[in-house]
Write a protein that binds this ligand. Structure first.
Ligand code: TXA
Ligand code: MG
Length: 343
């Protein structure tokens, strides 16, 4: 059974030493980042990173993101960085951004799931940064959740799921962004977004002329299809209960449709604050104000978990526009609903 360290107000020096010892001995630590919580291990220790796959029940073909505290670590772990890649590093690191780069052999193949590339991320969260810097080694960390479940954005949501699978869980409060980092791979000098996040296509196009969004961000990959990012084809973010995403241009029609869908059903609705009075259910979860995409992104995963705990037979979710971080919000919701979308 693991321990919980409360670092919501400050990092405790003695406990930090314990965290470093656990990581040096090949153990697992759950820690906050600005996006979501991560479940981390020493990225240079093959056995330690294998434990992450076990703890999450993660398919072994889905590579881990490697977290660093400075640029020197990036150059130490990767090679052949192009001009475009360097521009992206300079513009978006530290921050909620992961860049797929060619890896050096010191990164064990269990971390990269046998690929010759590795996802590199430099978190801006103070706790994450301090741990990596003090360890002096990169930390491999996927999102802290059992594979296929919504990512953890606070310790309360994930402690029953993970506390008996790791040595330490660090409570840093609610994560700022609530959605995982933007994952980008540069192909023929063009950044391709493999997973949208807070750093949007528009943000990237301020740094380089053109960016693209991979088609599998919104389309369900066909069985056995070759995808750019293994995470695209795995079941993801899903509550156990069936979900439907509703996203009509006409919001009045949307409310009517939702009320029809939930009539005589034990349904719960994840919807906008302003819509609560118009939706006929007492199982309403407020995901945020309709125009506040940052608030919505922060609440997505905890709302999905709340809905799942309400024991209903159906979860209906209101969608957002696909601009800026809205693209990332819709990507997560569409997958939570297993591509069942009414629009
Ligand atoms: O915000 C985040 O990125 C969080 C925090 C903890 O840093 N981490 C996270 O990791 O979301 P994870 O493992 O849940 O998602 C990593 C995604 C997966 O979809 C994986 O397939 C993709 O990144 N990925 C990792 N390495 C890759 C590679 N070499 N090539 C293509 N995709 C890769
Ligand atoms: Mg994940």
């Amino acid at each position: 059974m693991g321990k919980i360290f409360d670092w919501k107000t400050n990092i405790k020096e003695k406990e930090l030493n314990e965290v470093i010892s656990v990581l040096n001995e090949g153990g697992l630590v759950v820690f906050p980042t600005e996006t979501v919580y991560g479940i981390g291990a020493n990225a240079l220790d093959e056995n330690a990173s294998k434990k992450i796959y076990e703890a999450k029940g993660r398919p072994s073909d889905n590579p881990l993101i490697v977290h660093v505290s400075d640029k020197k670590m990036i150059y130490d772990l990767t090679e052949n960085i192009s001009l475009v890649e360097q521009k992206l590093i300079d513009a978006f690191m530290p921050g909620p951004f992961t860049l797929i780069l060619k890896k050096k052999s010191k990164i064990p193949s269990s971390v990269s799931a046998g690929l010759n590339t590795v996802g590199i991320r430099m978190p801006s969260n103070k706790i994450a940064h301090t741990i990596i810097e003090k360890l002096g080694k990169p930390i491999a960390a996927p999102s802290a959740n059992v594979s296929g479940r919504p990512s953890g954005t606070n310790i309360e949501d994930i402690k029953y799921e993970l506390l008996d699978r790791v040595s330490i869980m660090i409570d840093g409060g609610d994560t700022d962004i609530g959605l995982e980092s933007t994952v980008v791979k540069v192909e023929d000098d063009i950044p391709v977004i493999l997973r949208p996040g807070k750093i949007s296509k528009e943000d990237i196009e301020k740094v380089v002329k053109e960016a693209r969004v991979d088609k599998n961000v919104f389309e369900e990959p066909k069985e056995n299809a070759v995808v750019e990012s293994p995470g695209m084809k795995h079941k993801h973010y899903a509550p156990k209960t069936r979900c439907i995403l509703v996203n009509y241009e006409d919001k009045k029609k949307q409310l009517e449709e939702i009320n029809k869908m939930i009539e005589n059903k034990n349904a719960c609705v994840i919807g906008f604050k302003e819509h609560k009075p118009f939706i006929n259910t007492n199982k309403f979860i407020n995901i945020g104000k309709i125009d506040n995409l940052n608030e919505i992104s922060k609440n997505i995963f905890s709302s999905l978990r709340k809905a799942d705990n309400m024991n209903c037979d159906l979860i209906v979710i209101e969608g957002t526009k696909k601009e800026g971080i809205g693209l990332a919000i819709m990507n997560r919701l569409i997958r939570a609903c297993n591509y069942d979308v009414k629009e």
